[in-house]
Design a binder for this molecule. Structure first.
Ligand SMILES: Cc1ncc(C[n+]2csc(CCOP(=O)(O)OP(=O)(O)O)c2C)c(N)n1
Length: 227
């Protein structure tokens, strides 16, 4: 959640649900300001990702309003996996398709099949174009699913096994593999080799984490304030 890499323009996750939305809006504002006011050559846009649980935070609405008023190059993506921490979105939200909220802020709203790599790729590309060329923000409702509970303390009893299995049958990786296989872009052996390589990398990382020394107590304050 707290991984961050300024050099790669990855401004991290956030422990406070929805708090990344105004941060991303600020970054998009900076992009607009550098281009329009300072006259810098700049073809950037900002992608901001958050869960369906974040949409009812006030910060979401304030940010989208500002982004539209100021013509910010921002793309807001709801990773709509249909569950918050322990509740189905339909139990806590008046609407379950969030692209409709774009209407209230006079920006484009689209819905994507978040289980389909190519749909997401094309949809994100169009939104980036809208941000960079037309200088307008977009809201995307990206329909997806969460196989596990929210955390280890969530036994995910709020859904049926059948529902879970129906989404697993449409797994994004399997779907992409099938398409690439059909197009003659990948063989079964190549797929298995990639799959194994990734599994090994994950296991290596887990082993590294588990065998590393506990960090010293004073590292608790590292990287919190600029020196
Ligand atoms: C402001 C705030 N309220 C409550 C929490 C506790 N909390 C952490 S994640 C979460 C649910 C998030 O749901 P969603 O955004 O849909 O994300 P998902 O885990 O489904 O990807 C909650 C309530 C928090 N971190 N911040």
């Amino acid at each position: 959640m707290h991984m961050f890499d300024a050099e790669k323009h990855m401004l991290g996750g956030n422990g406070i649900v929805g708090a990344q939305i105004p941060v991303a809006t600020g970054v998009a504002f900076a992009e607009m300001y550098r281009k329009k006011v300072l006259g810098e050559k700049n073809s950037g846009c900002t992608f901001c990702f958050f869960g369906d649980g974040a949409v009812h935070q006030g910060a979401f609405h304030e940010s989208l309003n500002m982004a539209s008023v100021w013509n910010l190059p921002a793309v807001y993506v709801v990773e709509n996996n249909q569950y918050g921490m322990g509740t189905a979105v339909s139990r806590v939200s008046a609407v379950t398709d969030f692209d409709v909220k774009a209407v209230g802020y006079a920006m484009s709203g689209t819905q994507l099949n978040g289980m389909d790599f190519l749909d997401v790729y094309e949809g994100f590309r169009a939104a980036a174009k809208e941000a960079i060329e037309n200088e307008r923000p977009t809201l995307i409702d990206c329909k997806t699913y969460r196989y596990k509970g929210h955390s280890i303390s969530d036994p995910a009893k709020y859904r049926t096994k059948d529902e879970l299995e129906s989404f697993k049958a449409r797994d994004p990786i399997t779907l992409l593999q099938g398409r690439m296989h059909e197009a003659g872009m990948i063989t079964d052996d190549e797929y298995r080799e990639i799959d194994q390589r990734v599994k090994d990398k994950v296991q290596e990382s887990v082993d590294f984490a588990e065998s590393s020394d506990e960090p010293a107590l004073d590292t608790m304050y590292e990287d919190i304030y600029v020196d």
